[in-house]
Design a protein around this ligand. Structure first.
Ligand code: FAS
Length: 383
């Protein structure tokens, strides 16, 4: 029989959407290709924006992050002219981040969705989506009045919408990051961004005993080229530990290469297929926005689908793009600016020298201009 909404994907977008729909009395089912343990164990994002915390709190989904999340309100920048700290919680709109690992949030959202009586089928890979019908590999078709594609950037839903003629806008930042997860306490109380002629290095707490580090690396880098020793040595160089003190080291739990690319679908849905999260567009992790945009879009889409299914009013769906895209593009613009701040040119020569001078001019402006610091804080934590 037909449900109200078939949701493809149990990541932040699909799970927030499913919980909000159940809360509004809309029947839905979530189809997730991975096993529950895999979904709940995948370490990715870690910084929740104030808006995301508000959405989760207002919808009874914030018990875990309230109990175990930690507010974060400072970031520091290191360059060849020293370091400075921005207490962004006292700048701009005074908003802070909540540090809460994405896999913990996903675990909370799965538990709450099931507690609310939601149907969530793990190990069900969707092969095809057409006009409200979803074909599951080796299983039966599931039909819904609407389908919500929350299956990430390489998902079926995105391909289905592009096949219907939706165009993408895309940007390749030309930079890759070696994303490292270390079993080591944070080395500093702030988010650390280090600019260095050898490339960017980043430090982001995840929990009291696990820290994420990033190292800018050439496109096409194989993570296997980076031994633990080489990782810590390079981080020490770029983080200028000789000048600012040592990093707290520990075993590397995970290392992966992330190519910094961004794209946005010009329309995140049409007819009976509507997308949210990475399926609707990918944003580079430079400014830690991806999971936060997923929550933003899930809330907007939950409202629009509820109106359509309970009152037959599709105005919200027709407005979804107009409501979501200005905020999505604001996040992309800031993330793009941030990428230009963090990453200097790899090669040398007149253009590279010009690019590096711009990079340091941005840093100097952020260090000295209170107006720029307010702008930074508002966009860094805002969505
Ligand atoms: P997801 O990719 O999380 O979820 C999609 C789900 O759909 C998956 O569970 C997948 O198994 C399932 N699926 C896919 N195809 C399917 C099919 N055919 N059938 C059924 N199920 C299917 N964002 C931040 O905000 N802050 C950060 O600090 C941050 N750091 C990051 C660090 C790294 C290394 C990476 C890779 C990303 C980071 N991100 C960060 C971005 C990241 O968190 C994403 O934006 C976020 O997971 C998006 O959530 P979803 O749109 O739900 O997609």
């Amino acid at each position: 029989e037909q449900v109200g909404v078939v949701i493809v994907g149990a990541g932040p977008a699909g799970l927030v959407l499913g919980n909000l729909l159940l809360d509004r009395g809309v029947d839905c089912v979530i189809l997730e290709r991975r096993a529950r343990a895999a979904v709940e164990g995948r370490a990715r994002a870690g910084f929740l924006a104030a808006h995301s915390v508000r959405v989760l709190t207002d919808n009874g989904l914030a018990a875990g992050l309230r109990a175990r999340g930690r507010t974060h309100a400072t970031c520091l920048f290191r360059g060849d002219r020293g370091e400075f700290t921005l207490d962004y919680g006292r700048l701009g709109r005074g908003e802070v981040h909540t540090v809460y690992p994405q896999q913990e949030l996903v675990r909370d959202l799965v538990a709450e969705y099931l507690r609310r009586g939601g149907e969530l089928w793990f190990g069900q890979e969707v092969e095809e989506i057409s006009a409200g019908r979803v074909r599951v590999r080796g299983g039966q078709d599931v039909t819904g009045r609407y389908v919500a594609g929350c299956d990430g950037h390489r998902g079926v839903a995105r391909r289905a919408l592009i096949a219907q003629g939706t165009r993408t806008s895309r940007w390749d930042h030309g930079v890759s990051w070696l994303a490292v997860l270390a079993e080591a306490p944070p080395s500093m109380a702030a988010v650390g961004y280090a600019l260095h002629e050898r490339g960017f290095a980043g430090h982001m707490a995840r929990t009291a005993s696990v820290t994420r580090y990033y190292l800018q690396c050439p496109r096409g880098t194989d993570p296997a080229e980076w031994s633990e020793d080489r990782i810590w040595t390079e981080l020490a160089t770029r983080m200028r530990t000789a000048e600012f003190g040592p990093l707290r080291q520990g075993p590397v739990l995970e290392k992966a290469v992330v190519d910094l690319r961004s794209d946005v679908l010009e329309s995140p849905g049409a007819g009976r297929l509507w997308l949210a999260g990475d399926a609707a567009g990918l944003i580079s992790p430079s400014a830690a926005k991806g999971a936060n945009l997923a929550v933003l879009q899930a809330e907007l889409l939950a409202h629009a689908l509820t109106e359509a299914l309970t009152r037959g009013d599709e105005t919200g769906l027709a407005r979804y793009a107009a409501d979501a895209l200005p905020r999505v593009w604001r996040a992309h613009e800031f993330s793009h600016w941030m990428s230009g701040l963090l990453h200097g040119p790899a090669d040398d020569g007149a253009e590279a020298r010009y690019g590096r001078a711009l990079q340091y001019a941005r840093l100097e402006s952020l260090r000295t201009s209170r107006t720029h610091q307010d702008y930074f804080a508002e966009n860094y934590t805002g969505i």
